[in-house]
Design a protein around this ligand. Sequence first.
Ligand code: BGC
Length: 469
Amino acid sequence: QPLQWLAQLKVHLLRKTTYIVMALDHLTSDVQTLDTVRIDSTLSQPLGTSLLLSLSIENLHEVAADFRYDLHKGLENPDESSLRMLKSYVGLPTGEETGEYLALDFGGTNVRVLRIRLDGHGKFEVLKKVAKPLRVEGVYDFVGEGSTAEQQFDFIAELVDEAIEGDHTTKYLLGHTFSFPSEQTDLYNAKLIIWTKEFATAGVEGKVVNDLLKEALHRQGIDNVEPTAVINDTVAVLLAAAYKQADTYIGSIYATGHNTCYFEPFKGKAERPMILNLESGGFMKLAPNRFDAEFDAQSEKPGEQRLEKMVSGRYMGELFGMAIAELLGEKGKKYGFTSIDMSNIILDEMAGLTEVGRIVSAKTGHDLEEVDRQRLQELASALVVRSARLVTATYVGIIWQLAGDDAIKKQHIAIDGSVYEKMPLAKENIMRALSELLGESASLVDTVLENGGSGLGAAIAAAMSQKQA
Ligand code: BGC
């Protein structure tokens, strides 16, 4: 059965190289329609073309160029760009920042407070770390619609108290990593524009978040802790990475959510050089397929965060589930696939793809034949590959913008997040897309994992706030 053999070869190669797979897809398209399995074979071809093969080198170039265009436009007038281009009022650290600071990391349901000592020369030590979820099912919920700003920040202030072990005398500056789109007027003043990541607490949108924190600290008699800086988590990643290593200008989160910032030198402009939080998850110039479009329409905030909905961990699992529902003739059914399921599915190398079968039947209640398990494995891989290629195109848009008419500089892109760190195929496809887009110059650019940058970055921002004062 030469055609079936080709189909098996295709699955094997998918893990190795996307190019060969593209070519093989043409050759094996007939095989897909010959299958007599539960998955509706007439659906697999459009799936293949819309999800598997949607990002050619030309497509990638277009995304990178459009991103650069939006960056360029956004620098002149953010209203004309799909990027928010939010000012952070902080530049790059020297690496010589020192002292003991408090760092609040508030970017998801798990909130952390750390006491960190910066020792300079890119060195630091975490002296204390406390963490608590803002929601415990059936016990309390400070992120849902019924919760208020006061309740949320009182809970956070209690956590700060734990980190300082009830010491209400020693003076501390606090840096706050607040990972939601915020409009800043200086390093302290950041107003939440809009909640993302399904947060719905009343009374925070439109408010200066550090004022809310300060009031809550005061209510608990913690007047020795002074919040002095608010930064986005992407900015924290960039600060943390640049503290340790020069030549780092781009910071990115590639996790449950997705976003990127970069250091804008504002060459020849009156504006002082600073990091801009692009809120790149909101980038719009993309070619969504029918699953992306449908998913966006059903989401909490339709029309918002279009790139984030195509690439981030939180949403990839849902897209995967939507496609499977259609393939199994159960369109609209929600199975609750997560990006961790996708990761396990992609990693399955067992004969008969038994792990894929186990995961899929646990979620969908259906047993699949091996050929269909292969298809779902391909689908998961294709979604991750598309995600990595799209994210890389945005990085390249920034690299082009930074270089202007000059040659591209040697640099590191600092990335934090579970998709980058743990998702199979993500890193290698970032590297591959970088070389497709940058050619020889790709050797000047690498990516570095900045693990836990949100805490360290907040402490560095607090240290830098002293210099600005
Ligand atoms: C938020 C960004 C944040 C990103 C990663 C997005 O949903 O809008 O501000 O940087 O998630 O946490």
